[in-house]
Write a protein that binds this ligand. Structure first.
Ligand SMILES: Nc1ncnc2c1ncn2[C@@H]1O[C@H](COP(=O)(O)OP(=O)(O)O)[C@@H](O)[C@H]1O
Ligand SMILES: O=C(O)C1=C[C@@H](OP(=O)(O)O)[C@@H](O)[C@H](O)C1
Length: 281
């Protein structure tokens, strides 16, 4: 009983750590999960090219699906792909989504993708890699396009297929969401409410930039990447709890931003939004 699925990374419009409303958009960088189930035995996880990665999230995803749809199976789950871990680009949501779908694939069970994302969110809560559950990131990665969610209720408030070029800067460091200073984020609640209003009105670029200013201040990330990009890009923000930044707009404008960001250490890459979301097989 083997299964396989892929899920995309995502960038942030509104970080949910302030008021539990969040918004994210899928980007075209992918992670694959491969699941092999056996009749019994333990469930063990592996992340390609690393030996010290925390595999509890993907193991818990397999466990929850087997508990619900299987018959006490054991097995292995392995993730591979290009999404850097703990870089603010939602590798945890992509890993959970791909693992949940790959396990459903192995069991030959059909299940709605939106609800499958909720199971990945439950797994993330169970193993403590999230603050709010991050249904914003999970839904964007699972469904593709842009989503706005209420993470307190795991409710989808809006889903739209946006098509943008996206510039990403990923510094060479990690920032785990579970270590974020939530109290500082809660202090900027009124700005997060403004971002939510702008996003609900479809003003995604401006929403994103206000989010970037507010969360860089709260989480003590530099505002330079925002200030230098703002007059070119339609929107620019810290992604999640960092350290990556994303800018959206048309390709020519983002090439200007790339020239400016070029002096920063780390990896700068151009991609696009992704509208298909996670896929089995
Ligand atoms: N490729 C992966 N395979 C398995 N687990 C992963 C993978 N990427 C992330 N995770 C899990 O998610 C945690 C990081 O989550 P988080 O800090 O939210 O980072 P991100 O912003 O990249 O989602 C890791 O400690 C690990 O438990
Ligand atoms: O753990 C959480 O509840 C969240 C983590 C953040 O993302 P990252 O995991 O990318 O830092 C944030 O953007 C999201 O809205 C909620």
């Amino acid at each position: 009983m083997n299964g396989r699925a892929t899920a995309p990374a995502a960038g942030t419009v509104l970080n949910a750590l302030a008021n539990e409303t969040g918004s994210a958009f899928a980007i075209d960088s992918e992670l694959t999960a491969t699941v092999e189930l056996t009749n019994d035995g333990p469930i063990t996880g592996e992340v390609a090219d690393t030996t010290d990665a925390d595999t509890r999230l993907i193991e818990r995803c397999v466990e929850l699906i087997v508990e619900r749809f299987g018959d006490d199976e054991g097995g292995t789950v392995r993730t591979t792909g290009d999404i850097p871990m703990a870089a603010g680009l939602k590798s945890s949501s992509a890993a959970a989504n791909a693992t949940v779908l790959a396990t459903l694939d192995a069991l030959d069970v059909t299940y709605p993708r939106e609800d499958a994302a909720r199971i990945g969110v439950q797994a993330a809560r169970d193993v403590g890699v999230t603050v709010t559950g991050a249904f914003d990131d999970a839904s964007a990665s699972m469904l593709g396009g842009l989503t706005i969610t209420d993470n307190a209720r795991d409710e989808l408030l809006k889903h739209e297929a946006v098509e943008w070029d996206v510039l990403v800067w990923t510094p060479n460091k990690q920032a785990f969401s579970a270590d974020a200073d939530v109290a500082r984020c809660e202090q900027i609640g009124p700005m997060a409410d403004l971002v939510a209003d702008l996003a609900m009105a479809g003003e995604y670029g401006r929403a994103m930039t206000v989010n970037g200013l507010a969360f860089c201040a709260a989480l003590q990330f530099p505002t330079d990447p925002l200030v230098t990009a703002m007059s070119h890009a339609d929107g620019v923000s810290l992604s999640g709890t960092g350290p990556s930044f994303t800018a959206i707009g048309d390709r020519a404008a983002l090439e200007r931003v790339r020239e400016i960001w070029q002096t920063y250490e780390g990896n700068i890459w151009m991609t696009t939004t992704q509208t298909d979301g996670a896929q089995r097989g």
